[in-house]
Design a protein. Sequence first.
Length: 317
Amino acid sequence: MSTPSEPGHERSEPGLSAVVDERRQLINLAYRLLGSLAEAEDAVQETYTRWYAMSRQRQEAIESPGAWLTTVASRICLDMLGSARARRERYVGAWIPEPLPDRTEWFSGPASGGRTEPADPADRVTLDESVNMAFLVVLESMTPAERVAFILHDVFRYPFAEVAEIVGRTPAACRQLASSARRRIGAAQAPAAATAGQAGLVRDFKEAWEAKDIKALIDLLDPGATMTADGGGMVGTVLRPVEGSERIAQYLIHIADKAPGLTLLERTVNGQPGLVAQHAGVTVTVAAFSLTGGRITRIWAVRNPEKLRPWTENGQS
């Protein structure tokens, strides 16, 4: 997991070395706090805007630019989490955290000329157990303060004294917030890492879907499995979770019949084996999975085009 930046940055050029070098750390932090790459980029941009709005004298007076940037970015994310709750209540259908591809397949938005260029390494999120989809979904159930305290302390290893300064509460209160967050994660039994058989199970699922083998699909799904889709009101999809192995299998066959020519690709989604569906070469769906006892228990299918930017080479979705 990532660790907080050390205070011993090069001080001679704070606007170049100690500040620019923090971008990747800030993107990693903000994505885990917000569950959205687009919102994380906005938060980091605002952080840098505040830094460069200061005079050079004020910048040089800051002992640790990295610590300052982290504090400001975390507070911005805390504010954004509060407003995001209201926005997501108005969201059309289910809201799923934005899925991320493997680092080798990451693309930024359209560049000049309409082509999409590989993303700057500083904009890529390190994929570890703290960004698998099941983990991020549990984070969504937390209060903003719980989420910030937990991510800063348990994921980025900031001491509670520093977390308290960022969150604006006492160290003891922050310790309680993190403890409450851990209980939520424990209750949801979010997996810490992909099981050894996940890649094979996802491959079997892909082949059964391509073959429209409903019995095979049912056998691969847990009887109580749930599939949630996120179209954001921009593309057609189910607005409520589909529950039960038989209903999910029937729905998948319906999709296959309704969208001939759909290509399924095995891809890494938030650090774990997942599937990408393409139509006419354009990524239209990214699916993440959660497993228990050798069967698929959860499927998260993201179809909102705005959440698929890193997945498409042509800037479309």
